[in-house]
Design a binder for this molecule. Structure first.
Ligand SMILES: Cc1cc2nc3c(=O)[nH]c(=O)nc-3n(C[C@H](O)[C@H](O)[C@H](O)COP(=O)(O)O)c2cc1C
Length: 171
């Protein structure tokens, strides 16, 4: 069984850059979730608020081949981005050891962690949140790489949060 697959969805490019960085630093495999239908910002918001499962395409290796899969997604409207909801739902049987990384501006990551745990039916091996600013200016790079180093540390650790304000808005 191979080590780790990073599966990402990205609308404006931040999560894609973070995923490529994580994968390249650790020599992890990479897979991408994309939209089948054209997307506008208002549809991101409605997909999140209504917890929709928009149709997706997945290009990458079979997640079932990997010991760990890291799901990387933006936060939309304080919730999980719809395309990653669809991926996690479709592939849940192949994700027994999943870690999650959110990219965001300021808040909503705990809701994303909770929803993905619920979809998968078990805890996450690791969870982290990174601001888009930290990804773009490089200040998040060390913690992002560290995240990848710790995937095999504990069987089911508590979610951890990086680059994140101490008071979080929750739904
Ligand atoms: C429709 C929409 C809703 C968003 N909602 C949130 C939010 O609730 N909380 C937050 O911190 N950032 C929010 N953001 C910011 C994105 O999560 C952030 O910029 C992320 O890094 C974008 O990732 P991407 O470039 O890979 O799509 C939102 C962005 C969009 C486009």
């Amino acid at each position: 069984m191979d080590s780790t697959l990073v599966v990402f969805y990205s609308y404006t490019g931040v999560t894609r850059r973070a995923a490529r960085l994580l994968a390249s630093q650790h020599d992890f495999a990479l897979g991408e979730v994309t939209d089948v239908e054209p997307r506008a910002t208002w549809r991101c918001v409605f997909d999140s608020l209504l917890r929709r499962h928009p149709p997706i395409r997945y290009e990458g290796p079979d997640p079932g081949r990997f010991r760990n899969v890291v799901l990387m997604t933006p936060v939309w409207a304080y919730r999980l981005a719809g395309p990653m909801r669809t991926f996690a739902t479709q592939y849940r049987e192949k994700l027994p050891r999943a870690g999650v990384i959110c990219t965001m501006n300021s808040g909503g990551a705990p809701n994303v962690f909770r929803e993905l745990s619920h979809i998968l039916g078990h805890g996450l091996i690791r969870a982290g949140a990174f601001t888009a600013g930290g990804i773009e200016d490089g200040t998040a790079t060390a913690d992002l790489v560290d995240f990848g180093s710790r995937l095999d540390e504990r069987p089911v650790p508590q979610p951890t949060v990086h680059h994140f304000p101490s008071v979080l808005p929750m739904d």
